[in-house]
Design a protein around this ligand. Structure first.
Ligand code: AP5
Ligand code: MG
Length: 215
């Protein structure tokens, strides 16, 4: 099963991606998490990416495509994988198709902008795993600590309101056109489907809605 989760910043791609990956026992490939790992490691890529990410812009298609093409060759991807936050431009989707990486299921999680701005201020993440919590809607068992490892949670530098609004506008301009692109992709490829779901509501209800698409 090869799955793509599309959706604006804070739509719940990371949260729902973890549930799907646990359920199907496939890896989650989050380009955002990969970039943040490079930032933390202080690599050349990380240094360049940090400036772009803090501005709410997109890292170049070439760099991202290189990262993903390499990652999907890994042994753990043989059974399938879930792409979280990739592709985010038509060029990235075309690059994936050109590399003959076919997809089974593309889901867009839809959430209104104002709801997203509200959500981001309460987000807490466990950087090594990408596990995501919300202080009100999806709290960790112990305040400030990851459920599985007990390690401290942090807030993301790009979650300030002004940056979130910039990321929302970048989503509308550069990523939203993929809705049309993947609608056509699903029409042209037997076995591929594209679905839009409402991402507002209880985290568990949304999970069940996504699980129902997997069978
Ligand atoms: P990335 O890390 O992918 O960020 P994003 O797309 O902006 O999405 P987020 O991770 O912010 O949100 P999410 O949808 O995962 O939501 P989450 O589950 O955490 O990318 C960061 C940056 O890296 C980009 O801006 C760009 O610079 C660069 N980048 C990454 N990929 C790239 C690419 N392919 N090309 C170019 N550049 C790239 O949920 C959010 C919060 O809401 C959490 O607190 C969660 O607990 C809570 N929540 C979840 N569901 C619900 C619910 N139903 N109700 C209430 N709260 C909820
Ligand atoms: Mg995420």
């Amino acid at each position: 099963m090869r799955i793509v989760l599309l959706g604006g910043p804070g739509a719940g791609k990371g949260t729902q991606g973890d549930y799907v990956c646990d359920y199907l026992q496939i890896p989650k490939i989050s380009t955002g998490d990969m970039l943040r790992a490079a930032v933390n490691a202080g690599t050349k890529l990380g240094k360049a990416a940090k400036t772009v990410m803090d501005a709410g812009d997109l890292v170049s298609d070439d760099i991202i495509l290189g990262l993903v093409r390499e990652r999907v060759q890994d042994q753990d991807c043989k059974k399938g994988f879930l792409l979280d936050g990739f592709p985010r431009t038509i060029a990235q989707a075309e690059g994936l198709a050109a590399a003959k990486i076919d997809l089974d299921l593309i889901i867009e999680i839809r959430v209104d902008d104002e709801e997203i701005v509200q959500r981001m201020s309460g987000r807490w993440v466990h950087p090594p795993s990408g596990r995501t919590y919300h202080s009100v809607y999806n709290p960790p068992r112990k305040v400030g600590l990851d459920d599985l490892t007990g390690e401290p949670l942090t807030q993301r530098d790009d979650d300030q309101e002004a940056t979130v609004r910039k990321r929302l506008s970048v989503y509308q301009k550069q990523t939203k056109p993929l809705v049309n692109w993947y609608t056509k992709y699903a029409d042209a490829n037997v076995g591929a489907s594209f679905t839009q779901i409402n991402g507002v509501g209880d985290v568990n209800d949304i999970k069940l809605k996504i699980f129902s698409l997997l069978s």
